[in-house]
Design a protein around this ligand. Structure first.
Ligand SMILES: Cc1cc2nc3c(=O)[nH]c(=O)nc-3n(C[C@H](O)[C@H](O)[C@H](O)COP(=O)(O)O)c2cc1C
Length: 302
């Protein structure tokens, strides 16, 4: 069965990749399996300088997922270019760099430094991190700001730019259209939904940041609905994510309109989640009568 997918900058041998922030830079997972089996790797967010992230506790389990408020902990883009990209380069897998920032200038600085590497295939512009106070989320909920940051980054990036949408908006289609019109090569969706958990013994929010981003199985129906809506109105490709745990979930995302998918929280429950889904996918496609991944994309729309 042909699982390959071609997207701007990305020739994927299959449509499965780990989602940003749920796979670090691949070092730990490379002890479990050959990262070359993956469609691509999306790295942890890169910011201009090193970030230690938010105070702890910054993760909590929920009924069907988890809350996190990591706060973009990362060693800074220079160290990522010097140490992490060369590490990932050993594997036969396209590399997507997740870019975050508090100001447009910071986004531009990160992309300028990423341009010094020849080993990145695409950028995922994270305009949707709900867990940093300064800026981040504003870009993801205001169509004009989202368009401006997309345009500015697109102007300088050496590689295709995918923009990651926040689900914390009332009109996801408006955001997607603004970003498409600003020149994005693709969309990735969805990031986490803002949530809260109260710790009963001390009657206070459990997460030190008070709110965190909800991910995992609980958010899958929201991701599917948003991808379905966006697919009807925009023509750039969508990489879908949100609660994917198995190959049947992947098929749902493809039918809604995603051309490839990312797996996040499931990696924490089972480090083999991605390779197991890749192995299972041909059987699931066959079971539901699809000869290839491509044949399923957008199938829910007719
Ligand atoms: C612990 C954790 C850290 C994350 N860090 C990032 C990040 O650095 N950049 C980003 O764009 N998304 C980040 N995300 C969001 C995921 O990439 C993904 O969009 C979201 O979790 C939905 O997918 P899932 O339900 O499969 O986890 C993070 C999610 C989690 C759970």
């Amino acid at each position: 069965m042909n699982l390959s997918v071609n997207l701007p900058g990305l020739n994927l041998k299959n449509p499965i990749m780990p989602a940003s922030g749920c796979f670090g830079f691949g070092r730990e997972y490379s002890q479990f399996y050959d990262l070359g089996v993956l469609g691509a790797v999306i790295m942890k967010a890169a910011t201009a300088s090193e970030r230690l992230g938010n105070d702890t506790p910054r993760v909590a389990e929920t009924d069907a997922g988890m809350l996190n408020a990591i706060g973009l902990q990362n060693p800074g883009v220079e160290k990522i270019v010097a140490n992490e990209i060369p590490f990932l380069k050993q594997f036969d897998v396209p590399i997507i760099a997740n870019v975050a920032g508090s100001t447009i200038e910071e986004y531009e600085k990160v992309v300028t430094i990423l341009n010094t590497s020849n080993d990145i295939n695409a950028i995922e512009l994270n305009i949707s991190c709900p867990n940093v106070k300064e800026g981040g989320i504003q870009f993801g909920i205001d169509p004009q700001m989202a368009a401006t940051v997309t345009e500015r980054v697109k102007k300088i990036s050496n590689v295709p730019v995918y923009v990651k949408l926040s689900p914390n908006v009332t009109n996801i289609v408006e955001m997607a259209k603004a970003i498409e019109n600003a020149g994005a090569d693709g969309l990735t969706m969805i990031n986490t939904l803002t949530g809260m958990k109260i710790h009963l013994p001390n009657r206070r929010p459990l997460i030190a940041n008070k709110t965190g981003g909800l991910s995992g199985a609980a958010i899958k129906p929201i991701a599917i609905r948003m991808i379905y809506e966006v697919k009807q109105q925009v023509s750039i490709p969508i990489i879908g994510m949100g609660g994917i745990e198995n190959a049947e979930d992947v098929l749902e995302f493809l039918l809604a309109g995603a051309e490839a998918v990312a797996v996040g929280t499931a990696n924490f429950q089972n480090p083999f989640a991605c390779p197991e889904i890749i192995e299972e996918l041909p059987n699931v496609l066959k079971k539901y009568g699809f000869p290839s991944v491509k044949a399923a994309v957008g199938g829910a729309h007719s």
